[in-house]
Design a protein around this ligand. Structure first.
Ligand code: SF4
Length: 227
């Protein structure tokens, strides 16, 4: 099986495609296949030439850290949860997420997700939960990995400077429901950085590995809060 990867040696260098021959276990995940290609002392590409190790990142390899988010055969996904047996064709094409600056090969800089939360002071602080809270959705929203897959497919998210995307909206929901006193200011920030711009394609929900219903967060935040 051939694995074609869009590589980039540094944040300022030009991207280029490089292919590799994968002859490892067929039941591997894409993360496992990348690990396999990087395993030997000498990394050899499909042309038989020595090359550099493929840059990618992971922490848990079980769909919890979100670090291995990338675009696999045109679809944004976690590499650890995408299995070779489920991919069609004899060649796999892998590229880094396109909405974030590339650091090295498949490693991107997603710090804008956290920076936007920090800039908006989106933290719970004192725990004063809403009495009518939907605990099952709070539990679901708290599972956000900040992987950035929802931003990759979002037609409204460009670079995170004004529109912050679904990960932000879900955190707004969490803060508003777990600290009632912040509800008003959170709703203002939610409207400014999400609500006014979101075109409701809901592609974020389709791609989210944690199956978070951003629509449920939106419904709560768009509702007039109880006094
Ligand atoms: S909402 Fe889902 S897709 Fe978006 S960052 Fe969180 S876990 Fe990833």
């Amino acid at each position: 099986m051939k694995v074609r990867i869009l590589r980039q040696q540094s944040p300022v260098s030009a991207p280029y495609w490089e292919s590799f021959v994968y002859d490892g276990p067929a039941d591997n995940s894409v993360a496992g296949a990348l690990d396999y290609l990087n395993y030997h002392d000498d990394i050899i590409n499909a042309e038989g030439k020595r090359t550099t190790r493929i840059g990618w990142e992971c922490s848990c390899l079980q769909g919890i850290c979100g670090a291995c988010a990338m675009v696999i055969n045109g679809r944004p996904a976690l590499a650890c949860e995408t299995f070779l047996r489920d991919l069609k064709g004899e060649e796999i094409e892998i590229r880094p997420l396109r909405k974030f600056p590339v650091i090295h090969d498949l490693v991107v800089d997603r710090s804008s997700i956290q920076e936007n939360l920090k800039q908006a002071n989106m933290y719970i602080g004192e725990y004063q939960p809403a009495e009518d809270g939907d605990h099952s959705h709070q539990y679901a929203a708290a599972k956000c990995l900040k992987c950035g897959l929802c931003l990759e497919v979002c037609p409204n998210y460009v670079n995170g400077r004004t529109f912050f995307g679904a990960a932000f909206a879900n955190d707004c929901y969490l803060v508003a429901t777990r600290n009632r006193s912040k509800g008003g200011s959170v709703r203002t920030l939610y409207a400014e950085h999400f609500g006014k711009t979101c075109s409701k394609s809901l592609s974020c929900m389709e791609i989210c590995p944690m199956k978070i219903s951003t629509l449920a967060s939106m419904a709560h935040l768009n509702r007039k809060p109880r006094k």
